[in-house]
Design a protein around this ligand. Structure first.
Ligand code: AMP
Length: 283
């Protein structure tokens, strides 16, 4: 695996690879890598791409600076995992490289409705930061395929919209399934901060999502939502939202709808750790 820190160097390397016939598959991350991230790299490789991963802890997407300061960092381990996972290129830019005009100087994008609900409502400014960094990284890497995780469902929608808005719609945005632990907990860099007792019960978020899915033909969503809220609270979680939405546009639904592709989404906090997860509702 080749590691680059400077934009000009990585651009030159990718240009040479592309001209010799290999297309680029890009996996942007914030580091503290786990098997979920590696599944994206694996997909890029399986698709025959030059797998390019970036590790950049983007300051502009953290509305809570405490969350940024406590975000896990494990560069040495990340590099080892990426080598084992078959990654070809790692990009590790500095903040100056990504934001040469300062964090406030970067171009911003308006995601409208998507920025007002769920993650947008509870983390003001978060998607503005995501838009800034992803636009900048795409401009640098110019990938053929972009691999992102369904784990961050709303972010996937924001990125799809960004790709359209910036005229980069020739990039194929590939949404990869959520990698989970044995008890269903969605893999996340934040899981490392869970204490042992917190980790033991954290699978309850996925249990709630499964229950929302399994009761879709037999109950009112409000009733299931209340049961999930009670279960989460009984385990020590503070639910931020338990929501049902149209999976095509994230329009919130007050009840299950026949003939509408649906997604159930949960955000909940335990201690200082905020976890999110979602499932698409099959029939
Ligand atoms: P992050 O480093 O958390 O910003 O994540 C980088 C990319 O990995 C994003 O596209 C995430 O959606 C994706 N990702 C994070 N966790 C998982 C997971 N458990 N399964 C699949 N993809 C994931």
């Amino acid at each position: 695996m080749v590691i680059f820190k400077k934009i000009n160097d990585i651009k030159h390397y990718i240009y040479l690879q592309n001209t010799s016939g290999t297309a680029t598959g890009f996996v942007p991350t914030m580091g503290a890598l786990h098997a979920g991230h590696l599944s994206l790299v694996g997909k890029a490789k399986a698709d025959g791409m030059l797998a390019v991963c970036s590790i950049f802890l983007n300051p502009t997407q953290f509305n809570d600076k405490n969350d940024l300061n406590k975000y896990p960092v494990s560069i040495e381990e990340d590099i080892e995992l990426l080598i084992k996972g078959g990654c070809d290129v790692l990009f590790m830019p500095s903040v100056n490289e990504i934001y040469p005009d300062g964090e406030s100087g970067a171009k911003t994008y308006d995601f409208g409705y998507l920025d007002t609900i769920l993650e947008g409502a509870t983390r003001p400014g978060h998607f503005r930061g995501v838009g800034q960094v992803v636009a900048r990284l795409l401009e640098i890497i110019q990938p053929h395929n972009l691999y992102i995780g369904q784990k961050d469902f709303q972010q996937c929608m924001v990125i799809k919209k960004l790709v359209e808005m910036t005229g980069m719609s020739k990039i194929n945005v590939i949404i990869c399934p959520t990698a989970r632990e044995a008890d269903g907990l969605a893999m996340s860099s934040r899981n490392r901060r869970l204490t042992e007792p917190q980790r033991t019960i954290a699978g309850v978020i996925y249990q709630c999502l499964v229950s929302i899915e399994s009761k879709q033909n037999a109950a009112d969503f409000e009733v299931v939502k209340k049961e999930c809220g009670d279960l989460l609270a009984a385990k020590g979680f503070i639910p931020e939202y338990i929501a049902l939405a149209d999976a095509r546009n994230l329009a919130l639904l007050s009840n299950y709808q026949k003939d509408v592709p649906m997604v159930a989404l949960i955000a909940a906090k335990i201690g200082e750790i905020r976890l999110i997860d979602n499932v698409l509702l099959g029939k």
